[in-house]
Design a protein around this ligand. Structure first.
Ligand code: B12
Ligand code: SF4
Length: 525
């Protein structure tokens, strides 16, 4: 049987990274079936196109996975596929919480023939076998023989054959420049960001987050060996295709067990398996100097930190009181000292937010090392404690906001400002962090650093700008390049002619203020 795994586009911007579930389920598919992957972010298709594709390629089963924000698109695609007579199974966080919606048992239309609840590592082979026999059931739940909920152990994690998977659709570089870029340095013919998980679960239970409910508070890890082998395979692929691969460790909290994270990072260093990587780590866990040393030495370049707010009352309200705004600056300095930078994520529209929250937040951000601030709105995702609280208080304005997804739009009324004011705060945050002036300032703040770091932060900011100000197509990119021409010109000039007056802190591996760890500086994709 031919199986298509499809991830709908997010409707806002081109995704920088494919979704892990597709590769994982592909690897877990029983032998004898062919699995095709399509990520709508990389290969946009409308309903008619996907229906035609499914017919022409004689697909026997389609699996669709989606977050809440893409679910409306996912349902439309599923409807089109079912209309040509091909069964659809849906999985992922949204349909796990609202299976009745997907199956049309809540009074609405039916979109899926079957739903996989929760983690599907163990149920997927059953789904495929049932579909092949034409005996697809409606609901697949991860339960053991006694009918008790069971979470897959990650100890026998499958080998994802990164050396063979066709990653063509996920190359972030424009095709026309492949041949030329292959010859630059160690080769830039391809550039991919690949998702890798080393563990699942987070016990913190922040009110707005689905993770603790979905994965449970039991944290599970892969063996160090299996993660290291995966990195080595990715590194070999990059070398073979004269390209670059960076890894996004998608664990919800990569250092949730600091001892184990350190041991993994040590093993990565010892095996020379370093690639450039990014991971999500909460600020409280970054107090550990040795952990930060190991992050830098093992290839860590960016850390995503869910700061959410600079107001302790807000943090307490959403059960994230373990975040201490007073230490944010110190944590970021600690990372920057090792040339690791942060993606700092903020949520506006919290109950204690008042107008001006964006500027108050930016005042703090400006005192920190340059990073990538991102701004969102408090969003009641289905089945989260936040959703239940707001529903009980009668504060939801769009109960089923996912049915008509609007980017950066609230679905409830904040307590101390209006919805429109909250939207304006998010707009303020993005406009003031990603204007040409802000980008120039971020580059200048790294004036004492090698050119590569400054180009890196500039390109990263340009890409992140697209999260709020979509830059689809060449024209949009050209316009942004025009606005940033001074910074671009400055960086090109320095690349061509060098610069004599630059104050130098030296390369990170030569600096005395950065502790040395074995194999430091060998990270390269
Ligand atoms: C990596 C990640 C991202 C990446 C992008 C996704 C990518 N390319 O991988 C980035 C950083 C860009 C991102 C952004 C956002 N994310 Co995100 N992200 C994650 C994260 C941390 C890991 C996803 C992952 O790969 N998990 C590991 C895989 C193995 O698990 P899985 O995807 O759930 O798949 C398993 C099952 O669900 C099931 N399954 C999944 N799909 C399917 C399909 C079929 C057919 C079947 C049978 C089974 C199945 O089987 C899999 C194996 O067990 C999750 C949290 C988490 N731990 O999952 C949040 C998460 C998915 N993100 C979330 C959110 C809210 C967002 C944002 C909206 C945040 C924001 N406010 O901006 C944005 C939106 C992005 C966009 N524009 O599209 C929520 C989604 C909740 C929901 N109900 O929708 C999650 C769950 C985290 C949370 N805080 O609650 N995210
Ligand atoms: S720390 Fe992050 S992953 Fe864990 S519950 Fe809070 S928001 Fe979710």
């Amino acid at each position: 049987m031919k199986i298509l795994l499809y991830n709908p586009d997010n409707g806002v911007t081109r995704n920088f990274m494919p979704h892990l579930w597709m590769f994982l389920l592909q690897s877990l598919t029983p032998p004898g079936h062919e699995v095709i992957l399509i990520d709508g972010n990389a290969q946009p298709m409308d309903e008619a196109q996907i229906a035609q594709y499914v017919r022409e390629h004689e697909i026997g089963l389609v699996g669709i996975g989606a977050m809440t924000r893409m679910i409306a698109k996912a349902y439309r695609i599923a409807d089109a596929i079912r209309a040509v007579g091909v069964p659809v199974v849906m999985g992922g966080p949204h349909v796990t919480e609202l299976a009745d919606e997907a199956l049309g048992r809540d009074g609405g239309p039916r979109h899926a023939d079957a739903v996989a609840l929760g983690e599907a590592d163990d149920t997927w082979p059953r789904i495929v076998n049932d579909a092949a026999r034409g005996e697809l059931k409606e609901i697949y739940a991860p339960v053991d023989a006694a009918g008790k909920e069971s979470k897959p152990s990650l100890k026998n994690y499958p080998i994802i054959p990164w050396d063979k998977i066709d990653l063509h659709q996920f190359n972030l570089l424009p095709k026309v420049v492949y041949p030329l870029l292959k010859k630059v340095g160690e080769g830039w013919g391809t550039f991919r960001i690949v998702p890798v998980e080393s563990g699942r679960g987070c016990p913190y239970g922040c009110e707005f987050c689905t993770v603790t409910g979905f994965f449970g508070d039991s944290i599970r890890f892969r063996t160090n060996e299996s993660v290291v082998n995966e990195l080595l395979m990715l590194k070999a692929r990059a070398r073979k295709e004269k390209g670059q691969i960076a890894v996004f460790f998608i664990d919800d909290n990569f250092a949730i067990n600091v001892k184990r994270t350190k041991s993994l990072l040590r093993d990565i260093i010892a095996a020379k398996a370093q690639v450039h990587w990014v991971a999500q780590i909460s600020a409280n866990l970054l107090r550990d100097e040795e952990l930060c040393d190991l992050i830098a030495a093992s290839g860590g370049k960016w850390v995503f930190i869910g700061m959410e707010s600079i107001d302790p009352t807000n943090l307490k309200d959403v059960n994230k009181g373990f975040n201490k705004p007073g230490e944010y600056g110190t944590v970021l300095e600690r990372l920057a000292k090792r040339n690791v930078y942060a993606i700092t994520s903020f949520i506006f529209g919290m109950d204690n937010d008042t107008t001006g929250v964006a500027e108050r937040t930016l005042e703090q951000v400006r005192t920190w090392p340059p990073g990538l601030p991102i701004f969102g709105l408090l969003t009641p995702l289905p089945a989260t404690p936040l959703y239940k609280r707001l529903e009980a208080a009668g504060r939801l304005t769009r109960h089923k906001h996912w049915q008509e997804f609007i980017p950066f739009a609230m679905a409830h009324t904040p307590l101390k400002m209006s919805i429109e004011e909250a939207h304006a705060e998010v707009n303020y945050g993005w406009s003031h962090s990603y204007s040409a002036e802000a980008l120039a300032q971020a580059v200048d703040a790294l004036d004492d650093q090698p050119l590569g770091y400054r180009i890196n932060i500039f390109l990263a900011r340009l890409c992140f700008r697209g999260i709020y100000f979509p830059m689809m197509g060449k024209l949009a990119w050209l316009k942004v390049a025009g606005e940033n021409r001074r910074t671009i010109f400055k960086l090109i000039k320095e690349a061509v002619f060098g610069r004599k007056d630059r104050p130098t802190r030296g390369k990170v591996e030569d600096r005395e203020d950065v502790p040395r760890t074995e194999a430091q500086g060998e990270a390269s994709a």
